[in-house]
Structures are given as C-alpha cells and as structure tokens.
Design a protein around this ligand. Structure first.
Ligand SMILES: [Zn+2]
Ligand SMILES: [Zn+2]
Length: 289
C-alpha cells in the first residue's frame, strides 16, 4: 500500500482503502485545445489517488498545425516538456513519464519517425481517429458522415488501420482499440466483429506491443470501456501486455474507474500491467500493487 504523507486531503477512510493503482499512461494537457488543467494538477490528482507513476500522452503535432483543431502545435512541444517538468518538480514522489498519443494515418509514418527523433520519449500510443484523411470519426461535429456510412465498412476500415498501426513498429501500445463503438453505432448483429479484431490482435502479438484498457469509453454513448471484454479476453489469451489509460482531459479524470477496471481485466486473464521508460516496456504483476 502506498500512502502519501504530503496528501493532507486524504481522509481516514481512504487511508485504509487506498491501494496503489496501475500507472495511468494516457492523459492530456491544455495544449491540445480541448483539455483543461495543468499537468501539475493531474499529478496532484494522481498522488491523491495513490498512484506512484503516470505518463502524459498529448495528441501529437500533425505535419501542419491547421490539419484540424484538436492536436498540439509543433511549436508547443517545448512548452509541453516544460509543463511536465514543472509537474515533476512539484511532485517529486511521483514518477512522471512523457510520451505522445500519435495518430496513425497511412502515409504519415515518416512524420511519426520525425516526432520520435525530437525527444527521448518514454512511449508512443498509436491511435486511429481518422479513417480517411479527412474524417476523424470520433469527432462529434462529424456525425453526418456516420449517418451517411455503412457501420460495418467504418468498423472494417478502422480495424484495418489499427492493424497497420500495430504492425508499423512505431508504437509501444495501441490506444482505445475499439473506438469505433464510441457513438454506439454498431454493425448488424449477423456480422461477426471477431473477424475484424482478431487480425488486429495477431499483429499486436507478432510485433510485441501492448494494448490499453481505456476507461474513458464508459462516459461516451457506448457506455463501456475500450476495448470490449471479448477483445480483452482474446488479448489476454494471446499473452498481449496491457497498459492502463484514463484518457484524462481534466485533472479529475486521472485514473478514473481504475479500481473497477482492475478486477475486470484480471477476470479477463491479465496478470500484469505495463510500465514504459525510454520506449522500453516492463511488466508489473498486479500482486505488487
Ligand atoms: Zn483528446
Ligand atoms: Zn485518442
């Protein structure tokens, strides 16, 4: 059990109930233009929640800052590093890693390699939000395109891109691996989504990377974490490692639902969670929490 003596807001009940939680490696900063709170505030929340390690993963800069309105600008990279450094200075008892949540779009590979060369990152999360060069399908402003599309085709393209991301060698873990369910628009029941996600998981396994349990999905229309327990069970059976992700866009969301997610992922067959440093992975048994 970890208890932080500097945490004056911890009350007597939580002193006895806090066990440490898996490291939350998916959190954002205001530099993406759609998150609130400074990194030091996320760090404070992490310490209050009993975490000993976290990592920031801001939406990575795109090749052009006007690509869309929800990525960090390239010229803010130093600002990002400085903000995370300030959080480290304020909470020295907390290990704070730094990475990026990187959009995988076919053709952007050399840009992603360039991003990798700009800093000694601890990890890259590979995420698919774009299923064409123009359609970021998880963007609530673009629901018209969902209504004009065949859900099976959207899901199929999503998992094809996710499979390419897993095989690209550019990422340590794959973000929210069934984000296509975000708006609760599903393919017809007679079509088996297993044929979409199994090849993806095989690519993850073959390239020895991890996937996330991402707890943000429970607060979206789909009302469940990413990915679905069926995908988690299949991943655990393939011995695929698991990283933990709140996808926090505000300090209060750090490690959200992790206590609930832990028994679920253990029931699915996972025994360890991931830690990343300098783009190398280690695995920590849940018993060590
Ligand atoms: Zn975001
Ligand atoms: Zn994302």
């Amino acid at each position: 059990m970890l208890f932080n003596r500097h945490n004056t807001r911890t009350n007597l009940i939580s002193i006895f109930s806090i066990v440490s939680l898996p490291y939350d490696y998916h959190m954002h900063t205001p530099l993406c233009h759609h998150a609130t709170g400074e990194p030091w505030e996320y760090a404070r929340k992490a310490v209050e929640s009993g975490l000993s390690e976290i990592g920031f993963s801001e939406h990575s800069p795109m090749q052009r800052d006007d690509f869309d309105d929800w990525h960090m600008y390239l010229h803010d990279l130093d600002n990002y590093l400085d903000k995370v450094e300030l959080a480290r200075a304020r909470y020295p008892e907390l290990i704070i890693r730094i990475g990026l949540e990187v959009d995988y779009i076919p053709g952007h590979e050399s840009w992603i390699e360039h991003l990798a060369s700009l800093h000694q990152w601890d990890y890259f999360i590979g995420s698919v939000h774009y299923i064409t060069d123009e359609w970021d399908f998880d963007n609530p402003k673009k629901m018209d395109q969902w209504h004009a599309s065949d859900p099976w085709q959207v899901w199929k393209t999503y998992f094809e891109r996710l499979t390419m991301a897993a095989g690209s060698g550019l990422f340590q873990t794959i973000g929210h691996a069934d984000l296509c369910k975000k708006f609760a628009i599903y393919p017809p029941a007679h079509l088996d989504t297993r044929e979409l996600y199994v090849p993806f998981l095989e690519a993850v396994r073959d390239h020895d990377i991890a996937i996330e349990i991402n707890t943000a999905g429970r607060y979206k229309d789909c009302r469940e974490w990413y990915p679905h327990p069926d995908i988690l069970r299949e991943a655990a059976a393939m011995k695929i490692p698991l990283s933990f992700a709140s996808d926090a866009h505000a300090p209060d969301e750090v490690a959200r639902d992790f206590e609930m997610a832990l028994p679920l992922v253990r029931e699915c067959g996972f025994t360890h969670f991931c830690a990343f440093e300098q783009r190398r992975r280690s695995l920590i048994p849940f018993e060590e929490l």
